[in-house]
Design a protein around this ligand. Structure first.
Ligand code: SAH
Length: 344
């Protein structure tokens, strides 16, 4: 067995890797299949064969941020903006209930219209419907995060995007890296199941910094990691740049599974966007969650964080059927429970 294979095999048992070891694995593509299969086994051992489906509602694409990679950044005037009413959000949640989803994920741009009071009202009503609830609505104050938690929100997704501070500042000219870290610490402190993650393949992103991203996930003891390839979006400053590949995104994901064996890891839409069966590959390389979009078609088509998003023409019903049969076709089951992290 080669040295790299031994490193991967040891990590599958010890859940530890040094930055140098991660870099060596990321740089060598001859061991990819070995890495994916090791992550798949760790996934099976710790979180089993069940796949958790989380119903995603993209409730507003209005955003005050200028993230250079993002298609719904505020400068992009070619986006048709929308904002759902509370009633529209709740009726989508009702559909999600009928599809059997146990979790609702509420995601949006950073839209100040949704004040603390408005969010609290939506959160309470979704919780009353019997869902676990994940929020993905960006940077807020400690008081706001606390109010959402007190109202019943269970989980929060806030990707660090990159741990390379210089690159972070370049990508988010009007934001602060320290504040992002602080938000993640606050979420942990408040008892949220905290999710983070990164973009893979950003311009000027080094392999070394991806290794640090992975170690950061471990250091934070993240409960969920969502990551995907950067996909250049039209009408953004990065429109003409190269994007990330599915392979490197899967490698970062698989290494994350080796280091954090018991967490929830989604097979993300960005992965499916680059290859028709990207999600299935992800589910066989460490992932155990899928987030089917339950947003109605006209809004979903306007939530253009990147182009060509997989599933834009599917109805939520058709998607539920197709993902269920795909998951079963690889010998996996659809979970019936809320899918919280069971910490080992
Ligand atoms: N406003 C929320 C939700 C952002 S959208 C927040 O700040 O958390 C969710 C994720 O989409 C982002 O965290 C980012 O990692 C990803 N994303 C944005 N633009 C992208 C692009 N061009 N390619 C791939 N992923 C992108």
């Amino acid at each position: 067995m080669t040295d790299l294979k031994k490193i991967i095999q040891n990590a599958a048992a010890s859940h530890e890797l040094s930055a140098e070891q991660i870099i060596a694995v990321l740089k060598d593509d001859s061991i990819n299949d070995f890495l994916f299969s090791a992550a798949d086994k760790v996934r099976e051992k710790y979180v089993g064969d069940e796949v958790h489906l989380r119903g995603l509602i993209e409730f507003s694409n209005i955003c005050k941020c200028s993230c250079k990679y993002c298609g719904i950044r505020k400068e992009n005037t070619s986006v048709q903006r929308y904002r759902m009413t509370e009633q529209e959000i709740l009726s989508l949640a009702q559909y999600a209930k009928e599809y059997g989803y146990k979790t609702i994920v509420l995601q949006s741009g950073e839209d100040s219209f949704f004040s603390k009071e408005k969010m609290v009202s939506i959160i309470k009503k979704i919780k009353d419907m019997g869902f676990a609830l994940t929020l993905s609505i960006g940077e807020k104050t400690y008081e706001e995060y606390k109010a959402y938690k007190d109202a019943g929100a269970d989980r929060y997704l806030l990707r660090i995007e990159t741990t390379d501070k210089n690159l972070y500042q370049k990508m988010h000219p009007d934001m602060s890296f320290e504040n992002r870290i602080n938000c993640l610490k606050n979420l942990k402190k408040l008892g949220y199941e905290t999710g983070t993650g990164c973009l893979v393949g950003l311009p000027e992103q080094s392999i070394e910094s991806l290794a640090h991203d992975i170690l950061f996930f471990k250091e934070l003891d993240a409960d969920m990691i969502g990551l995907g390839p950067f996909i250049p979006a039209p009408d953004t400053p990065l429109a003409e740049e190269n994007g990330g590949t599915l392979t490197i995104a899967l490698k970062v994901m698989a290494l994350t599974r080796l280091l954090l064996p018991d967490i929830n890891i989604p097979a993300t839409t960005a992965m499916e966007t680059l290859e028709p069966d990207g999600r299935l590959k992800a589910l066989q390389s460490g992932a155990n969650v899928v987030m089917p979009n339950v947003t109605d078609k006209s809004c979903k088509q306007k939530y253009t964080i990147y182009p060509g998003k997989a599933g834009l023409n599917n109805t939520p019903e058709a998607y539920k059927l197709s993902i269920t049969s795909k998951i079963k076709s690889i010998g996996r089951k659809i979970s019936n429970n809320y899918g919280f992290r069971n910490k080992f």
